[in-house]
Design a protein around this ligand. Structure first.
Ligand SMILES: C/C=C/C(=O)SCCNC(=O)CCNC(=O)[C@H](O)C(C)(C)COP(=O)(O)OP(=O)(O)OC[C@H]1O[C@@H](n2cnc3c(N)ncnc32)[C@H](O)[C@@H]1OP(=O)(O)O
Ligand SMILES: NC(=O)C1=CN([C@@H]2O[C@H](COP(=O)(O)OP(=O)(O)OC[C@H]3O[C@@H](n4cnc5c(N)ncnc54)[C@H](OP(=O)(O)O)[C@@H]3O)[C@@H](O)[C@H]2O)C=CC1
Length: 447
């Protein structure tokens, strides 16, 4: 039995759930990994010079044992997220520490503590096996998986599963991730695959769409409302391309920041009108490594006022971090919100606190999404209200190059990876809905 037999079953039109359940599992499968004995390979290099193509491997690995409440999924496609870039450059720390810590928690979790880390936090594919106690899903189900892995043994997570003390990001803080032919997930990560999308399109939104939904729309995040001015950094990137769509779909007014005329054009094509090309306008929020320039914050604020008819920002959708955070706090209106989920340019932020407290602004930390939020975000994709922003698709062999492109900010929207899917465009089950949205689905392709 090989993964090829699994693929044949997925591609046959008449394989039933019983057929999938009867398929023997292969002994091994191909997976994208980083290696524990290479965590020091980039020591001494600048962040930008650490090259994921050197640390990312394609290995043949054994199929992990299936535990209670878990599912093994045949992965047709996945996508590159920035967390895989962090893993591949071993920053801000090696993810093997997360696997070791998880491995210490219980006997079953020991499976995750290996000398290789199978990475990836998105997938679209087909359920192969479910473990004891799984009733909601069965072999043959076409699914996507969100990346929240929780144990939920403590009371802390029972209002909001992101608050569970044993909350982890699958494929980053756990092993057996989605950039592989087979993945191991908890069954409460599974959601129905949007039927009008191909495998690679369905695999693209997951992580960033759910994160943007919580950070911007959910009451656990900024709780965006109609008419809000929303400043979106990296508005054509992974997170930003979904934040921009949520702002537009929710009747808000996105002010999109990008770094090139092509990216500005993509935002315009999504329906945004207020766009700032940070490169063309040459903002330098830092005079040198230690000193910010409040005059530049003001120039940026003036530009925003020009675009909004004199209004300031209700919500800043933050993730660049150190480079932009001072400006983000400054341009927020009295009583407004800065919601942050990352620090790509540096995690030690500096801002002038007088502009925060005197103007009663709030900073909200946001991280991924709970199952309900991820489900609601996926439902909007399935209903054709929010669309994938897939620009380019790579083979599993070329994942290192894909991660390199994302690291160097050479990509637009999301970058996809074909795992078991032999070509793009497969897996569409609802052509009618697809036809209605085809221009929006293809908006980011090959730009
Ligand atoms: C969905 C996609 C998401 C993304 O892409 S996000 C971007 C990628 N992610 C990242 O860059 C984050 C990577 N993670 C990290 O950098 C680290 O993960 C954290 C900084 C978040 C946490 O650091 P750590 O060292 O792992 O954890 P500690 O909580 O600092 O625990 C270390 C020890 O410190 C103790 N401790 C924690 N809080 C306190 C306290 N308030 N007072 C005293 N001690 C404390 C703990 O218990 C523990 O102790 P003991 O080593 O003995 O187990
Ligand atoms: N906590 C969480 O749950 C999540 C956190 N993240 C984190 O968020 C960050 C962004 O992820 P994602 O959107 O997928 O990444 P992308 O690289 O796809 O997009 C980020 C965009 O931000 C802009 N940007 C990058 N650096 C700067 C800078 N110094 N100043 C201003 N803008 C900048 C770029 O757009 P342009 O050049 O056009 O301005 C870039 O396209 C990563 O650090 C990631 O790890 C992501 C998802 C979930």
């Amino acid at each position: 039995m090989t993964v090829k037999d699994i693929l044949d079953a997925i591609q046959s039109k008449d394989a039933t759930s019983a057929d999938f359940a009867a398929l023997p599992l292969p002994d091994s499968y191909r997976a994208i990994t980083v290696h524990k004995d290479e965590t020091e390979m980039f020591a001494g290099l600048e962040t930008r010079d650490k090259d994921p193509r050197k640390s990312i491997h394609l290995d043949e690995v054994p199929v992990p044992e299936l535990g209670p409440g878990e599912a093994l999924v045949a992965v047709m496609a996945s996508s590159v997220n920035y967390n895989s870039v962090w893993t591949s450059i071993f920053e801000p720390l090696s993810t093997f520490g997360f696997l070791e810590r998880y491995g210490r928690t219980n006997e079953l979790a020991k499976r995750h503590d290996l000398p290789y880390h199978i990475i990836g936090s998105d997938l679209a594919g087909v359920v192969l096996r479910t473990g004891p106690g799984v009733n909601a899903w069965k072999p043959g189900d076409e699914v996507v998986a969100h990346c929240l892995s929780v144990e939920l043994e403590s009371s802390d997570g029972h209002n909001d599963t992101m608050l569970d003390p044993e909350q982890r990001i699958w494929g980053f803080e756990t092993n057996f991730g989605g950039l592989a032919e087979i993945a191991l997930v908890k069954s409460n990560q599974l959601m129905p695959k949007p039927a009008h999308l191909s495998w690679e399109e369905a695999a693209a939104p997951g992580l960033v769409n759910s994160t943007a939904y919580r950070q911007l729309v959910s009451r656990n995040g900024a709780g965006m409302k109609q008419g809000d001015n929303v400043l979106i950094w990296g508005a054509s990137g992974g997170l930003g391309s979904y934040a921009t769509q949520f702002a537009l779909a929710g009747g808000a007014n996105p002010v999109c920041v990008v770094s090139s005329p092509q990216k500005a054009e993509i935002c315009r094509s999504m329906g945004a009108e207020a766009i700032i090309d940070r490169n063309a306008e040459g903002y330098r929020f830092w005079k040198d490594e230690r000193t910010q320039d409040p005059k530049e914050w003001k120039r940026f604020g003036k530009r925003i006022r020009e675009l909004t008819g004199g209004e300031d920002i209700d919500i800043v959708f933050e993730h660049p971090g150190r480079e932009t955070f001072g400006a983000s706090v400054y341009v927020t209106r009295k009583g407004g919100t800065i919601t942050t989920c990352a620090s790509t340019s540096g995690y030690l932020h500096e801002y002038d606190n007088r502009y925060l407290w005197m103007s009663l602004k709030r900073i909200i930390g946001s991280h991924f999404a709970n199952y309900r939020e991820a489900w609601e975000a996926n439902r909007l994709i399935a209903k054709g209200r929010i669309h994938p922003t897939l620009s380019k698709v790579y083979s599993l062999e070329d994942t290192g190059q894909a991660a390199h492109d994302v690291h160097r900010n050479l990509h637009q929207g999301k970058v996809g990876v074909l795992c078991l899917a032999p070509e793009e465009g497969l897996g569409v089950r609802d052509q009618e809905t697809r036809a209605k949205h085809i221009d929006a689905i293809n908006r980011f392709r090959n730009v």
